[in-house]
Design a protein around this ligand. Structure first.
Ligand code: NAD
Length: 500
């Protein structure tokens, strides 16, 4: 039973939201970092809708969340009841199920969850993932609880969500986000299965599960790897690179990453290991570390796990005012922590020519305008961090099909490759070197399928966004272009379904 249940339809909420987040807030809104996020997303959406000439009534229909629920529930811990508060916002159900992470953070609130849900709708549309958008959040500091307590809290939250129709393989499928990981997703899946034991698709109620619990290999790294692919695509277009004053390829470029959790760490790992990018700064909650010689991502992550911060990391300079390092000299700045980090206040001092939004909403609307005026290039969150939901989609498909990818074709591939190799060796009279043979005779693993699908999806989306920016006169930045590509698809859906 929930202590309070709040469910409002979009028409009721429009008036309140318009009052709270007027479209003409300018720099005043930019300074309201917390409540501003939803306002920022609305302004970004409106800018794209104007560029496409979408009818105002349709703009209003699509812009707001369809429903939002607030759940307050008690959990008995350490001999007393503690009450927790969480939200789930569903932005658009033009595709089902709706999809979006669950965030555990002390500062989460309803507006934040609504903003993130809206981003999910457009992110899914951009990368052709056939889901609507949603997001959930629980107001909690996870570090205040031990694992057994967190399990109790997570299971109770999952039950509340399921009881109210906000957790289901066919309607609403969460995933990890800030403060949650595959551990919480396994608890949620198990709770749902216990509630609905005859649902054969129960495991598909949530994605980002451990590979051994119905998850898919490559999901933990997916968002960071997607960040890597988008940056790589950008560097494959010399005109794009020169637009921000950089030149050459990715090798040797210097990057700073803010937030070294799932997304930040995996992006840094892929970019250093596979592209030769140098990690010269990491910004975390307790401050930042910088080293011109370069930091080893795995070592920084290990230190963070052991000590809870970056302070004390050997062979690096510690800067207590971490956010000042956002303004340090580097080639690529990757905010991968939380929203509202680059605003109109610090944007004039950002030196990085390329800013890559790995987090959701790290650059505000006003902050972005300053950056663009200063000739910086911004790769937007809708595109940059879409790798997570892309691989979540693969996991969901795997769960509802009850079979891992490649199971039917792997041996067929191996057999075909063996015949081709035999033919080459017979015709040339020379053996094919073992290191070339080995991968062909191993066949493609499920991880190979996942990475290939991720790369294909993200690179195609980058191309579509770039083309939109180059072909529509009213669009001259990649964020508006990304919203425009997504919005066109959502509008088409609404029209075809007869909703508009
Ligand atoms: P996480 O909890 O794994 O990591 C976040 C990291 O940021 C932590 O190390 C935390 O200490 C640090 N951090 C928090 N506040 C900070 C601050 N003010 N300054 C510096 N560091 C700070 O979370 P995550 O899953 O990596 O998510 C990060 C961002 O990426 C969020 O905006 C999230 O919505 C977005 N995102 C995540 C995924 C995913 O698959 N996990 C997918 C898409 C988008």
């Amino acid at each position: 039973m929930s202590w309070t249940l709040q469910r409002r339809r979009k028409s009721d909420r429009l008036k309140t939201l318009t009052t709270l987040f007027g479209l003409d807030g300018g720099s005043h809104m930019d300074s309201l970092t917390k409540t501003n996020f939803l306002g920022n997303v609305r302004r970004m959406f409106d800018r794209a809708a104007r560029a496409l000439g979408v009818a105002p009534d349709l703009v209003e229909t699509i812009r707001e969340c369809n429903s939002v629920i607030q759940l307050r529930f008690p959990v008995r811990l350490r001999g007393a009841y503690r009450t927790f508060c969480g939200w789930r916002a569903v932005h658009s159900e033009h595709r089902l199920p709706v999809k979006g992470g669950i965030r555990f953070a002390p500062i989460v609130d309803q507006q934040e969850v609504e903003a993130l849900a809206a981003l999910m709708t457009f992110k899914c549309a951009l990368v052709d993932v056939p889901f609507g958008g949603a997001k959930g959040g629980l107001m909690i500091s996870p570090e205040d609880y031990d694992e057994a307590e967190l399990e109790l809290i997570t299971r109770r939250f999952a039950k509340e969500l399921a009881d109210h129709g906000y957790l289901s393989p066919s309607r609403d499928v969460p995933a990890p986000d800030m403060g949650t990981s595959e551990r919480e997703m396994a608890w949620i899946a198990d709770e749902y299965r216990a509630l609905y034991p005859s649902d054969i698709d129960a495991l598909a109620c949530v994605t980002g599960k451990p590979a051994t619990q119905g998850g898919i290999p490559g999901r933990p790294e997916a968002t960071g790897r997607g960040v890597h692919y988008v940056i790589r695509e950008f560097f494959e277009c010399p005109e794009d690179v020169s637009r921000c004053g950089l030149e050459g390829g990715l090798e040797g470029k210097r990057m700073i990453v803010q937030g070294f959790g799932n997304v930040g760490f995996n992006a840094a790992r892929c970019l250093t290991e596979e592209e030769g990018v140098r990690l010269i700064g990491v910004i975390e909650r307790d401050g930042a570390i910088v080293s011109d010689a370069g930091l080893e991502p795995a070592e920084v992550a290990e230190h963070l796990r052991e000590t809870g911060g970056v302070e004390g990391f050997p062979a690096a300079r510690f800067v207590p005012d971490g956010s000042s390092v956002l303004e340090a000299d580097c080639d690529i700045l990757i905010p991968a922590a939380i929203e509202g980090q680059i605003t109109a206040a610090n944007a004039p001092r950002i030196r990085a020519p390329l800013i890559v939004e790995a987090a959701n909403g790290p650059v505000t609307f006003a902050g972005e305008r300053v950056l663009l005026r200063r000739g910086r290039v911004l790769l937007p969150d809708l595109l940059v961090n879409a790798g997570g939901v892309t691989v979540s989609y693969f996991e969901w498909v795997k769960n509802v099909s009850h079979m891992r990818f490649g199971r039917l074709s792997r041996q067929l591939d191996v057999e075909r490759n063996r015949r081709i190799l035999d033919l080459i060796e017979t015709t040339t009279g020379k053996p094919v070197p073992d290191d070339l043979k080995a991968p062909l005779l191993r066949g493609r693993t499920e991880l190979d399928h996942v990475r290939s699908g991720l790369e294909d999806t993200v690179c195609e989306a980058y191309g579509a966004v770039r083309e939109k920016m180059l072909t529509i006169d009213a669009i001259d930045d990649l964020r508006t272009a990304a919203f425009a590509v997504a919005l066109e698809k959502v509008v088409r859906s609404y029209r075809e379904m007869g909703l508009a």
